[in-house]
Write a protein that binds this ligand. Structure first.
Ligand code: ADP
Ligand code: ADP
Length: 225
């Protein structure tokens, strides 16, 4: 089933840069979709449009069977950098999206610990970001994105800054997580290798202005419909 659909999407920035031109694809429920393409082809821009953080210049981004609900609460976003608040401990960092929705720390505790357990860091709830390795910080960032139990998890080149060993390990952790949670994932990377390993489906984008030029199956098993 289709979860979300982009049709004829273009994005022209105020400085005149056309990042995307006539981008169209569907996100299917339960899939692990990778967007691959050269640096600057508009992958991050496409994710921001999907997240509703930015609006297309033309074209549409629509949830399938969309009622006029706030879909942002259905979306978790993992950024390129872990962007943790250095003055807050791990639990408070994971609390942030819930806190922004008015959930008290007390009510959020169960959810915070569940999310940290998913990424194997339940014992680090009281630790501060500076005490963690790069890979652990990224896992906290993933736990934070999961704290709202999103239907759709968007990840923007999340492991790009990590060494290769950590990256491989996190790739496996992510596959396990995806299987356990059953959420839909859209993953941005410039690594064809990484996309092949992780995804059920890969969309290859052209250089800027980005549009889909090829679709290839990934090595991960496809979701059942
Ligand atoms: P990718 O994620 O594939 O590297 P981006 O989506 O970050 O590509 O950027 C696509 C193009 O749009 C790039 O040329 C980038 O410089 C430009 N761009 C991105 N954001 C902005 C912005 N806010 N204003 C102007 N140009 C931007
Ligand atoms: P990552 O691959 O996530 O960056 P590392 O293996 O680099 O993690 O971890 C850095 C240090 O933190 C190592 O000494 C490792 O034993 C420790 N560490 C990482 N994750 C955990 C965990 N879940 N529980 C206990 N220690 C951990």
């Amino acid at each position: 089933a289709t979860l979300l659909r982009l049709q004829g999407v273009s994005k022209v920035f105020a400085n005149g840069v056309t990042a995307l031109r006539d981008l169209g694809f569907e996100i299917r429920t339960g899939e692990f979709l990778s967007l691959v393409g050269p640096s600057g082809c508009g992958k991050s821009t496409a994710l921001r449009l999907i997240a509703g953080i930015a609006k297309p210049t033309s074209g549409t981004v629509e949830w399938a069977g969309a009622e006029a609900t706030d879909h942002r609460s259905e979306i978790g976003f993992v950024f390129q950098e872990p962007t943790l608040m250095p003055w807050a401990n791990v639990a408070d960092n994971v609390w942030l999206p819930l806190r922004l929705r008015g959930v008290s720390r007390r009510d959020a505790m169960k959810r915070i610990h569940e999310s940290l357990a998913l990424v194997g860091l339940d014992d680090f709830a009281e630790a501060y970001p500076r005490e963690l390795s790069g890979g652990m910080k990224m896992r906290v960032s993933i736990a934070r994105a999961l704290s709202l139990r999103p239907r759709l998890l968007l990840m923007d080149e999340p492991f790009g800054a990590l060494d290769e060993i950590t990256r491989f390990r996190l790739n496996d952790d992510l596959l396990r997580l995806k299987r356990d949670l059953g959420c839909t994932v859209v993953f941005v990377t410039h690594s064809i290798y990484e996309s092949a390993y992780l995804s059920t489906r890969i969309l290859v984008m052209s250089p800027r202005p980005g549009r889909v030029i090829a679709e290839i199956p990934g090595a991960a098993s496809a979701p059942r419909d």
